[in-house]
Design a protein around this ligand. Structure first.
Ligand code: ADP
Ligand code: ZN
Ligand code: ZN
Length: 737
């Protein structure tokens, strides 16, 4: 009953459907190669697929086997490296391969219509063509003769010139190309190649020279490097000189990953002006679809030598890859939060290893995993200790003890006075609110008692609406206690209380101040952030209120005060990464104050002014705090000393999500592997957009048993009837949960 076909007429095709398998189709009359895209019938719809394999047999009964509807003549079919990288990701992150592969492609290549590439060519006669006389073309072939004459007269013709000669010039040109009379050359519109007048390179300082030399010495092998240096220490300068040296020596390509779309244009123009001899394209979601396609194809063809892109560009096919750079490698935006939940830095490492090329991870505050790998010798460790341009000194960093202050809607008198002073002097202030992964804990202001979990080493989290305290780790739950069990204080508060109305409070306190709020909501509109930043630069703003968006990469010369509020919930958050993230953010915001000639001041409101995070921050000592955090992680068995995965489920009915994860937990335990399977719990955000949320934590001492467990468990979850009724997803190496 199985179909047989002698000439590999059966195609195994990857489709963007939530099933972890390939689909068999007949090639029919189409001549299709592996890596090419085709359109196939699937159910009642047409879908785009990628040909992964050609073979002679299939298990599908011959009557049921369908044929492809059409095949695209892609100039550059997908290559084997791209297949195997996405195969790896699909396996590692427990995501269907077809979906992983298709979602890595530009949108235009996922549509059933042909992707109209705006690729532009110029045409010229070849040596053969130059010997051809016009009379060899029959007189009635008017268009052919017209085009041939034009080519003979001019050195090259571009498409607009040809369009002017005849609307049907392409047909004639195709004939000339087939006869080898004409060759065409792509003009790289997207590359905007600058004139090759490379600016003089600044002389590197000793540390920069050391870093560059070390990396150049091992430029031909897989080698991860941590380039650790505070903002302004000259990391980007090192990247650029490294790229220049490697590209000059190797004729290869370099992939530069950056965390935020907002930072891409800055870096892009810096690279373009400093490395004009190398064609450069950028890839990020603010590009129009056809530009994105074009840039992607320029990378894929090898024409683009430098590719600067955000998270998704880690999958861009690069046939000549020689080096990867991950700037701000600790940044949370490298982790995809839906679909296939990959981490672009981790994938970049895998990719570098497979391509046998070096990879540079740059940061002022490396991720603890990276720091651990660097200090244990697994990565090369390079440090830049000083600002490259000597001038701006460190800001003065102080803590304000909020348990000793009369707070006004979350603001201390010291901070208010400091802001008023700036207002009078015409200088700017920034109020930084940390709301990311916000989990309030119950805190006694009198004795600093924090509600602990009796069953594990975690802190209980306040779920105010339910009046409950819950452990996000083991699932233990209890009523909110009415008074402090340690000192009897009846006045217990969840941390972070009262900051919601901050913007209004400020407006009431300082009606004359021009206040600008910068967060995800206020910057949703395209160009909104750019406009806002311009307003800050033009001194049209006195007080900026913002979240982590403001911490990154922006230089405000007139900003002299940074106020930090609402940090305590991060200090004791059950989210094990909250403190690490807070430290990285505070290092960055502190760097915002007093960058130019004006001295800066940072005021941090906290109940714990003696916390070692603040002590390390005051002297900008990343190492001290990172080492302390790592000790904590080792004791509590969190990454990098343990490996985690979370299965998240949501449903309109709590019981369905709960039951699904309970079944998953039971099945996981039955596998009897060296993995800790916790009970399903409710996350901080118990309900989102009408959906009840539940999650299940898995924890292991190494990747291997965890991967084995998932490989055995997830296929059965995909078959589960309950699972089909709800939404669920697997998050391997979760950033937050
Ligand atoms: P980072 O990437 O670590 O934030 P950059 O490479 O952007 O640092 O350098 C910060 C500033 O110092 C930039 O204006 C850069 O041009 C300048 N700079 C970097 N290295 C040198 C150097 N060796 N000599 C002079 N200026 C430098
Ligand atoms: Zn107390
Ligand atoms: Zn617990």
């Amino acid at each position: 009953m199985t179909a047989q076909s002698p000439q590999q007429n059966i195609l195994k095709i990857a489709l963007d459907v939530p099933m972890d398998r390939l689909f068999d189709y007949l090639a029919g009359d189409f001549h299709v190669e592996v890596g090419q895209r085709v359109v196939v019938p699937f159910g009642s719809r047409k879908r785009v697929g990628v040909v992964i394999e050609k073979c002679n047999s299939t298990d599908i009964p011959s009557g049921k086997l369908k044929a492809v509807l059409s095949a695209f003549n892609d100039e550059y079919p997908l290559d084997a490296d791209t297949f195997s990288l996405l195969r790896f990701c699909a396996d590692y992150y427990q995501y269907p391969y077809g979906q992983a592969l298709l979602s890595a492609l530009p949108t235009r290549l996922r549509q059933t219509e042909p992707a109209v590439s705006r690729k532009q060519y110029v045409y010229a006669l070849t040596a053969t063509g130059l010997k051809v006389a016009l009379d060899e073309i029959p007189a009635r072939q008017v268009v052919q003769r017209r085009i041939f004459s034009a080519l003979s007269e001019q050195h090259e013709c571009d498409e607009s010139e040809l369009n002017a000669l005849s609307a049907t010039w392409r047909k004639s040109m195709q004939l000339f190309i087939e006869k080898s009379w004409v060759s065409r050359r792509e003009i790289l519109a997207g590359l905007q190649q600058a004139s090759a007048s490379s600016a003089a390179l600044p002389a590197l300082n000793d540390e920069q020279v050391n870093a560059l030399d070390a990396m150049l010495k091992e430029a031909d092998i897989f080698k991860p490097w941590l380039l650790h240096g505070i903002t302004g220490s000259g990391k980007t300068e090192v990247y650029m000189q490294l790229i220049q040296r490697i590209l000059t020596d190797h004729h290869g390509q370099v992939l530069v990953l950056v965390p935020e779309i907002n930072l891409t244009p800055q870096l892009e123009s810096r690279f373009r002006s400093r490395l004009p001899e190398f064609p450069l394209v950028s890839l990020h979601s603010n590009l129009g679809e056809s530009e994105r396609l074009q840039n992607w194809q320029l990378a894929q063809s090898g024409a683009a030598r430098i590719v600067i892109g955000t998270r998704l560009s880690v999958f861009t096919p690069l046939p000549q890859l020689r080096l990867i750079i991950v700037d701000e490698e600790h940044d949370g935006s490298y982790k995809q939060q839906d679909g296939m939940r990959y981490h672009a830095r981790d994938i970049a490492l895998v990719r570098a290893q497979r391509a046998k090329v070096p990879i540079v991870l740059g940061s002022a505050t490396p991720a603890l995993e990276t720091w651990h790998n660097a200090t244990t010798g697994r990565y090369g460790h390079l440090t830049l200790t000083n600002r490259a341009v000597a001038q701006s000194r460190l800001p003065d960093i102080r803590c304000i003890d909020v348990s000793r202050s009369e707070m006004q809607d979350g603001l201390s008198p010291i901070l208010i006075t400091a802001m008023r002073e700036r207002l009078v002097k015409g200088e700017q202030s920034l109020l930084f609110i940390n709301r990311r992964g916000y989990s309030p804990v119950l805190l006694c202001n009198a004795c600093h008692w924090i509600a602990p979990c009796m069953r594990c080493s975690s802190r209980l989290v306040v779920h105010l609406r339910q009046g409950r305290l819950r452990c996000h780790h083991c699932g233990h739950e209890q009523k909110i206690v009415p008074q402090c069990p340690s000192c009897g204080n009846p006045d217990l508060h969840p941390t972070g209380h009262g900051t919601q109305r901050l913007e209004q409070t400020l407006a009431a306190l300082m009606p004359e101040a021009r206040i600008l709020r910068v967060d995800r909501d206020s910057t949703r509109r395209k160009h909104a952030l750019t406009d806002m930043l311009a307003a800050v630069h033009a001194d049209e703003v006195d007080i900026l209120v913002g979240t982590q968006m403001l911490a990154k990469g922006h230089d405000f010369p007139n900003l002299t005060l940074v106020g930090v509020i609402d940090t305590d919930s991060a200090l004791f958050s059950p989210d094990f990464r909250a403190a690490e993230r807070l430290f990285a953010q505070l290092m960055q915001v502190a760097g915002r104050a007093g960058r130019a000639d004006k001295a800066g001041e940072v005021l941090i409101q906290t109940t714990f002014p003696e916390h070692n995070l603040f002590n390390a921050l005051r002297v900008q000592d990343y190492k001290a705090y990172a080492d302390a955090l790592l000790q904590e992680r080792e004791m509590t068995q969190f990454p990098p000393y343990a490996f985690l995965a979370v299965i998240k489920a949501e449903s309109t009915h709590y019981s369905e999500a709960q039951q699904f994860l309970q079944q998953a937990a039971d099945a996981a335990r039955a596998l009897n592997l060296d993995v800790m399977v916790y009970d399903p719990i409710r996350p901080q955000m118990e309900r989102l957009k009408g959906m009840e949320r539940v999650q299940l934590l898995l924890q292991a001492n190494s990747r291997q048993p965890l991967q084995t467990l998932l490989r055995n468990l997830v296929p059965s979850l995909r078959e589960s009837k309950l699972g089909a009724k709800i939404r669920w997803a697997v998050d391997v190496d979760p950033q937050e949960f």
